[in-house]
Design a protein. Structure first.
Length: 215
């Protein structure tokens, strides 16, 4: 829907792979966040190992490079296309301008911070990995904010231009969606086995108790 619009900032053919990669990126980051929480509070260190977290960190590093390439491609197309509307949206309303802070939070969180996963010491520090996964989740939220708000706040008609400020109702709705998500996750953990026994048979520890009759 975005790519078929003539709205500045949305009229680009990179959006289909852009959103697919973004979904994979945010999905891995959220899985990493939840895995660390489950590992800590449900004593699943034998099942969610350091190797699993290390592998996800490596994957996030690779996908982050793709995200950074997508961001730079958008900026290059806005400059190279010669469209003054695209140029204004990216260079005067995102990179600089009223929403520069949102753009740079997005860019830093999604393209720069994950590059720390190149270092093995970072990937082995569970606390740092958890914080970085939260930062990536925040960065992906700001990506949606940048895409929607910066284009809609300043379109082709200057008479429509306005700076966006969320109302208290919007803030409460956002908090409510977070609450709904965590309630759903906790309900899932309560009623559905988090780990299938068939998938962990090879690492289950044999019991030391003898059967009836001492056999």
């Amino acid at each position: 829907d975005f790519a078929t619009s003539v709205m500045p900032g949305w009229h680009t053919t990179i959006f289909p792979p852009y959103f697919v990669i973004g979904a994979i990126f945010s999905g891995f980051a959220m899985v990493l966040t939840l895995m660390i929480i489950i590992r800590k509070f449900f004593k699943f260190k034998e099942y969610v190992t350091d190797g699993h977290l290390d592998a996800i960190g490596r994957i996030l590093t690779f996908i982050s490079l793709i995200m950074g390439t997508a961001y730079m491609t958008e900026i290059f197309i806005a400059w190279y296309s010669g469209s003054e509307y695209e140029y204004y949206t990216f260079f005067m309303n995102r990179i600089t301008g009223d929403y520069w802070w949102a753009f740079w939070i997005m860019f830093g969180s999604n393209a720069l911070v994950p590059q720390l996963f190149w270092f093995k010491k970072i990937r082995k520090n569970i606390g740092v990995v958890f914080i970085m996964s939260i930062i990536i989740n925040i960065g992906m939220w700001f990506e949606r904010y940048v895409i929607v708000v910066t284009s809609l706040s300043k379109d082709y008609l200057p008479s429509n231009w306005a700076d966006y400020t969320p109302t208290h109702i919007e803030v409460m709705l956002f908090i409510g969606t977070l609450g709904l998500f965590f309630v759903g996750v906790l309900a899932f953990f309560k009623y559905v086995p988090m780990i299938a026994a068939s998938e962990v048979k090879s690492i289950l520890k044999p019991t030391s108790e003898k059967g009836n009759g001492g056999h």
